[in-house]
Structure formats: structure tokens, C-alpha cells
Design a protein around this ligand. Structure first.
Ligand code: FES
Length: 144
């Protein structure tokens, strides 16, 4: 299985790793099957611009690389724009992922949505978008 240079770069040198104290939105998503967990922290200003974004991922390399790229893609953008970030846009920004690893990128998209939902709840805004059910199965392929 081949990973792009960008995936390897973001995996070995992930951007925006860590926690944000007093974050405006925190999202946690996980998959019960592979045990991967992703936690996303957002700092949001009064104009709904994401001024900072950090993540922690306990999971596979593709999950780390996609969360790293996702934080870069939402930083400096509005919450509205962040909600439009799809996992395929993240995969594209990384020059692709092997097909069996595409599901890992879904975690990054969902972690951002979950953090925004947390922010909306805090400020009393209705959560008018879908949050995924994370208990779906995902196929695991043994790599050799
Ligand atoms: Fe399940 Fe990567 S998120 S193996």
C-alpha cells in the first residue's frame, strides 16, 4: 500500500496537535471497532471565525494525517465554512488515500462537526446539521 508524500508528511509531522484550554467547541468522535478516537478543539471569535484548532488522535496513521490536514483547512475560516469541509476534500488535499483508509478520514470531518455542535450548544444556537452515528461498522483489512 502506498501513501502520498503529503500523507507521510502530515503523519510524521502532524500540525496543530494538542489541546486548547477553554476551547469554544470540543468534539470527540470514535469508532468502537478499531478503537480510534479523535478529539478536536476549536477557538472561535465573535465573528464565528475559527482562530485556533487543535486535535488529538489515538489512531492509525491515516486518521492522524487527515486530522492534521483538516485543522489546517478550517483554521482562519468561519464555522459555516468548516461545516462544509468534507472528508473527500481532506483526502484530496492530501493527494489521496488508499481506498481501505478513506473511512479514517471520515473521523476528521465528524470531529469538526461535533466540535461545532458543541459550540452551537454553548451559545444557544440550534444544531441544524446532521451528526453521524459513530457505531457503524467499518471494514478492516489486514495489511502486510
Ligand atoms: Fe479506523 Fe483508521 S480510523 S483504522
Amino acid at each position: 500500500m502506498k501513501y502520498s508524500e503529503k500523507v507521510m508528511d502530515h503523519f510524521t509531522n502532524p500540525r496543530n496537535v494538542g489541546e486548547i484550554e477553554n476551547a469554544d467547541g470540543v468534539g470527540v468522535v470514535g469508532n468502537a471497532k478499531c478503537g480510534d478516537i479523535m478529539k478536536m478543539y476549536l477557538k472561535i471569535d465573535e465573528n464565528e471565525v475559527i482562530t485556533d484548532c487543535k486535535f488529538k488522535t489515538f489512531g492509525c496513521g491515516a486518521a492522524i494525517a487527515t486530522s492534521s490536514m483538516a485543522t489546517e483547512l478550517v483554521k482562519g475560516h468561519t464555522v459555516e465554512e468548516a461545516l462544509k469541509l468534507t472528508n473527500s476534500a481532506v483526502v484530496e488535499a492530501l493527494d489521496g488515500l488508499p481506498a481501505v483508509k478513506v473511512h479514517c478520514s471520515v473521523l476528521a470531518e465528524e470531529a469538526i462537526k461535533s466540535a461545532v455542535a458543541d459550540y452551537y450548544t454553548k451559545i444557544g444556537k440550534p444544531v441544524d446539521f446532521e451528526l453521524e452515528d459513530h457505531d457503524h461498522d467499518h471494514d478492516h483489512v489486514v495489511e502486510d
